[in-house]
Structures are given as C-alpha cells and as structure tokens.
Design a protein around this ligand. Structure first.
Ligand code: HXC
Length: 257
C-alpha cells in the first residue's frame, strides 16, 4: 500500500519500516516522508506495537532530503509549503523508535536517525551533515540534536566543513549506541526493539517522554516532570502486576493498562 517504504509487523510487538528508494540512496522525497509519517502514526496507534525500527538498506539509510525535489524551491515555497512540517510527525510518536543504520546517513537522513530514540549501526555506517556543500545548512535538527549528541566542536566541523563520521567515530562521539557487522545489524536492532516491546508499554512510553524532556527543561523542572510521570505510573495495573510478579518470583504479564 506504500510506494516508497515497506512496513512489516514482526512478532512479538515490533513495527519495522524500511525506506525504499534504493536507486536514489533513499533520498527523502516529500512523498516518502508523507508515507513514513503515516506509517509511524499507524504503528503508534497499534497497541500490539511496543517499539518501531526504521531502516534503509546496506548501502544507505538515507542520503538526505531529495535534492532534486527542492533544487528549484524558493524561500517563500519553503515557508508556505513547509515540507519540514511533514517530517515533524516523528516527534509526536510516543512509541520508542530505533534507527538501524547502514551506509550513507547524511543530511536529512542523519537528522531522521537522530529523531529516533536509539541508533544501531552497521560497520559501514557514515554520518554527516553535508548541506554546506549545497549552500545551505541543516534544517531538521542537524545543528541542534547533533550538537546535543556529539558536542560543539565535532558538530561545527560536520556542519561547517562537511566532516563525515564513520561508525566508530559516531559511537565514540555518542551518536550511536552499538555497531554490528553488516550481516547482523538489523537483527540486533530488531532484538533490542523486541526487548523494549516486551516491557510494560505505558512505562516504556513515559520513559521515552521523560528522557526527551531532559533536552527541553532545566534540571529542577525536568526532575518534577519525571516525578509526576513516576507517580502516575502507580495508577496502572502494570505497576501492580510488575511488583507482584517480582515478589512472587514470576514473570509479569503486562496488559498495557
Ligand atoms: C536526490 C540523491 C541524493 C539526494 C543521492 N542521490 N543522494 N538524489 N537527493 N540527497 C541520487 C544520485 O543523484 C544518483 O542518482 C543516485 O542517488 C546514486 O548516487 P551517486 O551520487 O551516484 O552515488 P555515490 O557516487 O556512491 O555517492 C553517494 C553520496 C552522494 C556520497 C551519498 O550521492 C551524495 O553526496 N549525495 C548527496 C548527499 C547530501 O548532500 N545530502 C544532504 C541533502 S540536503 P542518478 O539518477 O544520478 O543515478 C538535506 C537537507 C535536509 O538533507 C533538510 C531537512 C528537511
């Protein structure tokens, strides 16, 4: 039902989205991004899905926004059509999302990966914000999320000089959680997603929300925010079940309530 992505439900509880414009190195066209947004919203609304994995192919996660689609745009088009609005759908998703990255992960592709909660990479993954080579700067977090992740100096080099980080450098600079061989990186990402999907769903969603607030709030506000979510979880059946299961030395059976 999609033209530029493929979706799949993987038991037990993982929604897999493959970016699928292989000839264009998964360049993120407006049409692809609209499909990605729709698929994310669908998986997010599906209670059977406890984690989402976004991936590309071995050669490219995504080589950026589609340059051919925006080459002739003017500033007024960019303001009025604001293609980046569609991209922002991912930030409304409460289900944890893992990016499984191999090959080129550039520009909007790197920004998409950084909009996910965890990045798992193959040994061939390469991360960059090469927009400067096109006479622009990043437009979807490549100066913001990147700086939070790798720090000012490396972010400046990437944004100003187009430096590309290989997988090891990306892990060294905290952009990437894990690196695996090409043959296994997607399976490992799916395993991690399955592990998250096996947790109490409301707690997982609130854990994601609370960690993300660390980037928005000052410490005292963030601690208050965390405390309220922590307290709220005591209204859930899953909190009662989780603690009873611990005391009774058995596995908890989550209901997502
Ligand atoms: C459109 C792209 C593309 C892109 C690659 N292609 N990247 N098309 N937009 N971002 C197309 C090429 O035109 C080519 O099509 C085909 O994919 C294969 O690419 P090649 O260049 O032939 O492959 P290779 O020589 O292996 O080089 C790979 C590469 C290079 C280093 C990744 O393609 C490259 O530099 N791509 C652009 C990367 C970039 O600048 N990204 C930032 C975009 S701006 P044909 O038809 O010729 O075979 C951005 C802003 C985001 O992302 C803002 C937020 C919305």
């Amino acid at each position: 039902m999609y033209d530029f992505i493929k979706t799949e439900f993987i038991e037990p509880g993982v929604g897999l989205i493959r970016l699928n414009r292989p000839k264009e190195l998964n360049a993120l066209s407006p049409e692809l991004m609209a499909e990605l947004g729709a698929a994310l919203v669908d998986f997010d609304a599906d209670e059977a899905v406890g984690a989402i994995v976004i991936t590309g192919n071995e050669r490219a996660f995504a080589a950026g926004a589609d340059i051919k689609a925006m080459a002739n745009a003017g500033a007024i088009d960019m303001i009025l059509d604001d293609p980046i609005d569609d991209w922002s759908q991912i930030h409304q998703i409460t289900t944890p999302i893992i990016a499984a990255v191999s090959g080129h992960c550039l520009g909007g592709g790197c920004e998409l990966a950084m909009s996910c909660d965890i990045i798992v990479a193959s040994e061939s993954a390469r991360f960059g914000q090469p927009e400067i080579n096109l006479g622009i700067i990043p437009g979807f977090g490549g100066t913001q999320r990147l700086t939070h992740a790798v720090g000012k100096g490396i972010a400046m080099e990437m944004v100003l000089a187009g430096r590309v980080l290989d997988a090891e450098e990306a892990r060294h600079h905290d952009l990437v959680n894990h690196i695996y061989p090409l043959e296994t990186y997607l399976d490992e990402a799916l395993k991690l997603a399955a592990k998250i999907a096996a947790q109490a769903p409301l707690a997982a969603r609130m854990g994601k929300e609370a960690v993300n607030q660390a980037f928005e709030l000052r410490l005292a506000q963030g601690l208050t925010y965390e405390r309220r979510l922590f307290q709220m979880l005591f209204a859930t059946t899953d909190q009662k079940e989780g603690m009873a299961a611990f005391i009774e030395k058995r596995k908890p059976l989550w209901t997502g309530r």
